[in-house]
Design a binder for this molecule. Structure first.
Ligand SMILES: [Zn+2]
Length: 104
């Protein structure tokens, strides 16, 4: 790629960036909780399905957040946005390497 093409590719990536305010890092897990007593569903072994967002931090620390079912779709969308944003930023960095080389 020549310099012009690199700049064009960079602009294209910029246009493809998801809204950087609608992002979440982590994984959404499908879990089941069981009540100890007084719940027929749990006595039957069915339990209740809950969605849990787990987020890892440096040093191996993790945090977990329960995600209400009505927010599951949004959380999945935001997780996708985050992965997409990171991938696009990484691609822009790679293009910038080429620009640096062109300047040398
Ligand atoms: Zn229950």
């Amino acid at each position: 790629m020549n310099e012009d093409q690199v700049r064009k590719a960079r602009k294209q990536l910029l246009r493809e960036l998801p809204d950087p305010t609608e992002i979440l890092r982590g994984s959404l897990l499908d879990r089941r909780i069981f009540h100890r007593r007084g719940c027929r569903k749990c006595r039957r072994g069915e339990g209740h399905r809950v969605w849990v967002l787990t987020v890892g931090y440096p040093g191996g620390r993790t945090r977990q957040f329960t995600v209400p079912a009505e927010h599951k779709g949004q959380v999945q969308r935001w997780l996708r946005n985050y992965r997409k944003l990171r991938a696009k930023l990484e691609a822009i960095c790679e293009l910038n390497h080429e620009l640096l080389r062109a300047d040398l």
